[in-house]
Design a protein around this ligand. Structure first.
Ligand code: FES
Length: 182
C-alpha cells in the first residue's frame, strides 16, 4: 500500500477538527485547573475557620462585671462581687477602688469561695486551707506561696470591665492593681 500525501483540500477539511480537538484539550485543562484552584481555596477557608477563635465571650476576654453604680453598691454591702462568666471576684481593695482577683487558688488550682464572715471576711481555699485577705487577695498563709492572681479593670461607658485575658501573678498587693470606681 502506497502512502498518499494529504492534498491541500484534505488539510483544509481537517483543520476545523484539529482546532476542535485543541480547544477541547484546553477546556479540559482549564477545568482541571479551576477545580484544583477551587479545592485549594476551600481547603484554605476551612483551615482558617478551624484556626480562628470562635469563643468571643467569657473567661479569656474582656468581661463586663456590671455598671459602676451597681458594683459600688454591692462592694459597699457584701464586700465582694462574684462573676461566674469571667471566673473572678471583685474586692474592695481600698476606699472607692476595686481589684479583680482570679478565683483559682495559686496552690493547686482549687476554686476559692467568697470571703467568709466567719474568717473575718477572708478567703480560705477548701482544698488545703490557704488563707487570702478578703479585701485584696493578698496571702495570709499557705501552703500557697503568693497572693491570688489579679486582672486589670477598666471603666468603660459607665461599666466595670475586667480583662480576664490578662491574669497577673504578684508578690503582694500594690495600689496599682486596683482601679478607682468613677
Ligand atoms: S489548692 Fe488551695 S490550698 Fe491547695
Amino acid at each position: 500500500m502506497q502512502y498518499a500525501p494529504p492534498s491541500p483540500t484534505m488539510d483544509r477539511e481537517r483543520l476545523p477538527v484539529l482546532e476542535q480537538r485543541t480547544s477541547r484539550r484546553k477546556f479540559t485543562r482549564y477545568s482541571l485547573f479551576t477545580l484544583l484552584g477551587l479545592s485549594s481555596l476551600l481547603t484554605a477557608v476551612a483551615s482558617v475557620k478551624m484556626l480562628y477563635p470562635t469563643k468571643v465571650v467569657g473567661f479569656g476576654t474582656k468581661v463586663v462585671a456590671g455598671s459602676v453604680a451597681d458594683i459600688k453598691s454591692q462592694l459597699d454591702q457584701k464586700k465582694y462581687v462574684i462573676n461566674q462568666e469571667g471566673k473572678f471576684m471583685l474586692l474592695p481593695a481600698e476606699a472607692g477602688k476595686a481589684i479583680a482577683v482570679y478565683w483559682k487558688c495559686v496552690h493547686l488550682g482549687c476554686t476559692v469561695p467568697a470571703p467568709s464572715p466567719a474568717l473575718d471576711g477572708n478567703i480560705q481555699c477548701p482544698c488545703h486551707g490557704s488563707l487570702y485577705k478578703g479585701n485584696n487577695g493578698d496571702l495570709i498563709h499557705g501552703p500557697a506561696t503568693r497572693p491570688l492572681d489579679w486582672m486589670p479593670i477598666a471603666i468603660d461607658a459607665g461599666n466595670v470591665v475586667v480583662d480576664t485575658g490578662k491574669v497577673n501573678t504578684r508578690d503582694s498587693y500594690m495600689a496599682d492593681q486596683s482601679t478607682a470606681l468613677g
